[in-house]
Design a protein around this ligand. Structure first.
Ligand code: EPU
Length: 350
């Protein structure tokens, strides 16, 4: 198992931030991890910090050279595990490109992931932040995953309940020392993920952007392939392509507030975009809040706020992680001063 030194990370993070990994190993299968952990370099490389597991780098801000051992997950493979009258179980290696996997499932005739088309990143990263878009979250289609414990080398399997999914959240985002005491950040390396695609397939068309598509096209019973095409068109129109403009998708989570807090904000800003949630709380559109503070198109150094969607921070060319985080903090301050809400960043910061 080769550990590479001084590896440039610019191509491995969707923000396109220039930084290096002091040590990086490419994991192509489970045995690679075993070999690495059994080697004499492992205790030395992991003495000061736990290893850092890198997927597609699409939810990541790098603020300097990474000193922790970077494990770049490149595990490939896609297969049908099971087909019954009730649905399909489909598995992919953690290193597979997410969008390519979604397209492949549709080509095979297994619908269900179409609303999650064009999300950047890898299959292995998808459960970490419980990716979601247009009314579907990963947890709605999740079956189970395989992972390796980076402390003991043991392989284990988790079902949905064990992953502790929440809005853009899971056990993989929490340190083992977290209050809940079950965090797996820095401890688990996800190797394979299985998805549950139920039959009969039901389209999820409740989102305003999709309702607009049905109205525009007059297609009221689209198939999964059509929805996939619509989602690709909707996302391309408002979100920057990381291959062209560096970004990490939504930079902040949409905050939830109490109905009283929301009424207070509406009294001052009647146009605030808000959605009532099943638990009685109200979700606010963070993009709207940032936009209302006048941030669209502005920036700090080479880091900017995307012109078409204020929730997305972009690298206008040569931005550092420090510039991105300074911009993020300035946005947090102005949203807090105007609305009394502290926005929570979505990406992992290293
Ligand atoms: N809005 C503005 N100004 C802006 C941006 C948004 O007024 O600059 C308003 C929009 O007009 C709309 C509302 O805010 O009324 C919500 O905007 P949008 O529909 O674009 O969705 P979002 O809440 O900003 C979330 C997810 C996206 C996901 C979309 C669609 C989060 C943090 N983001 O964005 O996920 O694609 O819904 O489901 O939940 C991601 O996580 O990286 C991501 C792109």
């Amino acid at each position: 198992m080769i550990v590479e030194n001084q590896v440039p990370l610019q191509a491995y993070n969707s923000f396109g931030i220039v930084a290096r990994a002091l040590h990086l190993a490419r994991v192509r299968d489970e045995a690679d991890v075993g070999a690495l952990m059994a080697g004499s370099a492992w205790p030395v490389l992991t003495r000061e910090a736990p290893p850092f597991v890198l997927g597609g780098g699409s939810n990541l801000v790098i603020t300097g050279d990474v000193r922790a051992l970077v494990l770049k997950v490149e595990i490939a493979g896609r297969r049908l595990v099971e087909e019954t009258a009730r649905g399909w179980v489909v598995e992919a290696g953690a290193g597979e490109n997410w969008h390519g996997f979604v397209r492949w499932t549709l080509e095979q005739g297994w619908p269900g992931l179409e609303n999650l088309a064009l999300i950047p990143g890898t299959v292995g990263a998808s459960p970490v932040q419980n990716i979601g878009a247009y009314g579907v979250e990963l947890q709605d289609r999740f079956h189970s995953l395989d992972a390796i414990d980076l402390q003991t080398g043991q392989r284990f399997t988790l079902d949905a309940a064990q992953c502790g999914f929440g809005y853009r959240d899971s056990v993989f985002k929490h340190a083992p020392s977290d209050a809940r005491g079950m965090g797996l950040a820095g401890r688990a390396l996800i190797t394979r993920v299985r998805f549950w695609l139920p039959r009969p397939w039901k389209p999820v068309l409740g989102y305003a952007d999709l309702e607009r598509k049905t109205a525009e096209t007059g297609i009221h019973a689209p198939d999964a392939r059509k929805i996939f095409d619509w989602i690709c068109a909707i996302r391309s129109a408002k979100l920057p392509d990381p291959a062209v403009i560096g970004n990490a998708g939504s930079f902040f989570k949409n905050p939830t507030v109490s109905p009283e807090q929301c009424a207070d904000i509406i009294a001052r800003d009647p146009k605030v975009v808000h959605y009532p949630m099943a638990d009685g709380s109200i979700k606010l559109a963070a993009g709207w809040l940032i936009d209302a503070c006048g941030w669209k198109g502005r920036g700090v150094g080479n880091a900017g706020v995307y012109e078409r969607q204020a929730l997305v921070l972009v690298n206008r060319g040569g931005a550092t992680g420090g510039e991105v985080m300074t911009l993020a903090k300035a946005i947090q301050t102005s949203v807090y001063e105007r609305f009394g809400i502290l926005l929570e960043p979505e990406p992992v910061v290293v």
